[in-house]
Ligand binder design. Sequence first.
Ligand code: GRF
Length: 195
Amino acid sequence: MLTVAVLISGTGSNLRALLEAARHPDFRARVVVVGADREADGLAHAEEFGIPRFTVPWHQHESREAWGEELGRQLAVWNADLVVLSGLMRLLPAGLVAALSPRLINTHPAYLPEFPGAHGVRDALAAGVTETGASVIVVDDGVDTGPILAQERVPILDGDTEHTLHERIKPVERRLLIDVVQRIATGELSLTSAP
Ligand code: GRF
């Protein structure tokens, strides 16, 4: 059974998808802990599913490195096989990325390498393109630059707002994430030899 730690900052819809997937006997991964950089709404999903959770509040640390060290200590308690960033709106410090990689993946609401960074949905809308996408990648020390594990195109429709487009992307993101985690759990996808 693959143990998974999930890190969030927001509503945790991707986290919930993993928690619900784990209810199925053929899903070979289990979320063992949920962490957040704030009192994120998504922590309520962990509470509902009886999953341990912790917060490492960003503003209680004087630097990204100090925050990352505490986050690393919290994660080390659980020593999950895989760490999933899903809506964590913080860049991990290089030292933590190095300590966790390559068993560290991230979901992103764009068709990378298009529109990396914290505003991928907004940037795709502003670019006036007719499609964007969702991606799951291995985290490296860049911003959404790591090896792509899965991605799928999502159309941009006339009249889309950042919200309507993001809500169209998220279900695709969730499906890709569940599939990638399952493939890692079954050994079909090896992170050490990520494409
Ligand atoms: C997701 O689209 C994620 O890729 C992005 O922020 C969103 C978080 O959504 N970084 P949620 O918190 O999982 O609902």
